[in-house]
Design a protein around this ligand. Structure first.
Ligand SMILES: Nc1ncnc2c1ncn2[C@@H]1O[C@H](COP(=O)(O)OP(=O)(O)O)[C@@H](O)[C@H]1O
Ligand SMILES: [Mg+2]
Length: 302
């Protein structure tokens, strides 16, 4: 591909830009973020007011942020700015670094439809994973249409959607850890969730297992335990389970779309989750387990 590598890597761009920012630049970036709760395009005088800087200094810093590709300038009815994804990444990375959660960013681990995942190091040298939620990035129009339906907030943007997804995922991990095989929740800021790094390969790549029935039973027990705690995954499949063949352990990832067990859609999603897993084990390992009786087991209190 022509535009591959570092130029396309938003997070690495954010990391590089962050090194060039001083605290007042961050204040201006922060001011745009706060302004975006009220304005679709934040006017310069509002940015200056929110940053507590005069308009002249604000303008200079805005030019710098614009050159670093962190913000987008609108020259419509009035000159104003909005954050770009890289700018939002910068704010989250800055906060996670200040909070002593993240020391250094490594390489990209995975690109999903709605997230970019990176490995990183904690200040104590532990390998961790950073998941950057990216919602509404496909189409600006779609985002505009979607936001009408979300809650009572008027300006429901990609920024707000992404933060909501991260908060939701982090909430699930905190409810489930350590009773269910999930990544250890470590921290969260804005649209970024920090967890333990999971060593291994996705289940769909695994062709052979010593005891596939034992793994299936354990996954079903995880679904049961989650359900009891009040969480239905909602996107469970062989793509969201990571297996470490060496230690024969596994982890269930990717929780932002979870619904509470009492949610009207919970039954339907639970059935789909269980069916996905049973289908995979039947196809791949020729293990046949009945869907209805498994569902009864998952929902039973014993
Ligand atoms: N904690 C983690 N440790 C290691 N790799 C991870 C971790 N979380 C996610 N990944 C990798 O990133 C990919 C995408 O993550 P996932 O949470 O499934 O998001 P999505 O599928 O919505 O993009 C995964 O398939 C996996 O390869
Ligand atoms: Mg996934």
């Amino acid at each position: 591909m022509f535009f591959s590598g570092i130029m396309e890597d938003l997070v690495l761009q954010a990391v590089a830009a962050l090194k060039k920012l001083d605290p007042k630049d961050i204040r201006v970036l922060n001011a745009i973020e706060r302004g975006m709760a009220r304005y679709e395009i934040v006017p310069i005088h509002q940015i200056a007011r929110l940053a507590g800087l005069n308009v002249e200094e604000t303008s200079i810093r805005l030019s710098k942020l614009h050159k670093l590709n962190l913000i987008w300038r609108s020259i419509g009815p009035y000159v104003g700015y909005v954050l770009k994804v890289t700018g939002y990444d910068c704010l989250a990375l800055n906060a996670l670094s200040k909070a002593n959660i993240v020391e250094a960013i490594g390489r990209k681990l995975g690109v999903g439809k709605e997230a970019d995942v990176y490995d990183a190091l904690s200040p104590s040298g532990e390998k961790i994973a950073l998941k950057f939620h990216r919602l509404g990035r496909t189409s600006f129009r779609q985002t505009r249409r979607y936001r009408i339906y979300v809650g009572e907030r008027r300006h429901i943007s990609w920024l707000y959607q992404s933060r909501l997804a991260a908060e939701k995922e982090y909430e699930a991990l905190n409810l489930l850890y350590p009773k269910v095989h999930v990544p250890t929740p470590i921290g969260h800021n804005r649209h970024v969730v920090v967890t333990s790094y999971i060593h291994g390969v996705p289940l769909y790549e695994v062709k052979e297992l010593d005891d596939p029935k034992e793994l299936l039973d354990s996954i079903i027990d995880d679904i049961k335990t989650s359900y009891k705690i009040g969480v239905v995954h909602g996107d469970l499949s062989e793509y969201n389970i990571i297996i470490d063949p060496e230690s024969s352990t596994y982890v269930i990832i990717d929780w932002p779309q979870w619904v509470p067990s009492v949610h009207p859609s919970a039954e339907l999603l639970l059935k789909r989750d269980v069916r996905n897993i049973l289908n995979f084990f039947r196809r791949r390992f020729n293990i046949r387990v009945d869907l209805e009786s498994t569902l009864n087991y998952v929902k039973s209190s014993s």
